[in-house]
Design a protein around this ligand. Sequence first.
Ligand code: HEC
Ligand code: HEC
Ligand code: HEC
Length: 273
Amino acid sequence: MRLIFLTFCLLISTNTISAGRTIDIPAPPASLAQWYPPVAKRLVWLHNMFKLRRELQAVAEYARLKDQPRMNKWARQFDMHYRKIGEMVPEWKSELDMDGAQRLASATESGDFSAARQAVRKLNQSCRGCHRDYRAIVTLLYRTPDFSKQTINAGPDGKTRYKKHMEMLATEINRIKIAMVDERPKAALNAFNMLSTGINQLAESCANCHKQTRIGKNYFDADLQAMLKKLGSAIQSGDQRQSGMALGEVAVSACSHCHGTHRVLYDLKQLTK
Ligand code: HEC
Ligand code: HEC
Ligand code: HEC
């Protein structure tokens, strides 16, 4: 049932969306939550999805190779995992193309390769309706990391809230810019030191979640370090133009890239609460 709607109020206006218009996005059934952490240990729902795509691909490939036993084996697995959608989330049973699943089962069992390939094509199309309505919102609700309780090892107690640390970083960036424009290099240098320390502390916090990956280290990589060094020297020599350019580079590398993933999704997620 698509009766519950989340309302997203758009505050900015663009060519196609005018200010004050609301966007309705259907909310997935609550029963989906049990197939995602923290209720489930793994991303059970998502892994079932990956299986579906692989199984349909296998059926199509063995149909092309005219290998009936293998085609049939994968088709049976597909059938089981496709039905699982409705077992896991009963509200979504109506989204399933059970006639299509039946046609695939008959075609693969009787070894009708061309009918099997046609059934695969049809079934692939049947996935789209649910994906169009729900895929993005489900990723947002169940897989987007929550930064509200994240802290950064900074400040007097070593537990600065993410948001507070972010505000500090933005303040220091603007302080650098203001002080350079007004020819106060000492103030700019102070702000630069605060910014560098703050970026360093931020980099350590990536490992709170990115345990196995090298994202934390990749974030504060040689390029970013070189850019910061360049910014520091430009400030020291009082070069407004150079420091302005270096500041822009630092902001893109140290802030915008991560915002593109984490802030956009996190901000959207907050709107759904
Ligand atoms: C009733 C709804 C529904 C149906 C039907 C459905 N899916 Fe999905 N699918 C989802 C949702 C919701 C997600 C997003 C899951 C997430 O991000 O954790 C998803 C994500 C996926 C993904 C992972 C994202 C990607 O594209 O890389 C794959 C693969 C996938 N589905 C395959 C399929 C296939 C193949 C079918 C049809 C045979 C299918 N799905 C039918 C709801 C559905
Ligand atoms: C609260 C946990 C959390 C923190 C803290 C965190 N991340 Fe992530 N990040 C994730 C998760 C989870 C994903 C994977 C998202 C997905 O697959 O949907 C991710 C994905 C990413 C991605 C995109 C995917 C990739 O692997 O390239 C980038 C870039 C990224 N994080 C950068 C950072 C940086 C830089 C920091 C530190 C400044 C950071 N993250 C801190 C949880 C976190
Ligand atoms: C993890 C990757 C990540 C990196 C790297 C990052 N940010 Fe953020 N930023 C976030 C997230 C997540 C939020 C939302 C936090 C919240 O609202 O609790 C945010 C929010 C902000 C905000 C809004 C705070 C508010 O008052 O709502 C500002 C300003 C900001 N960041 C500035 C910066 C600056 C400047 C840098 C670079 C020096 C930076 N950020 C680097 C993830 C990142």
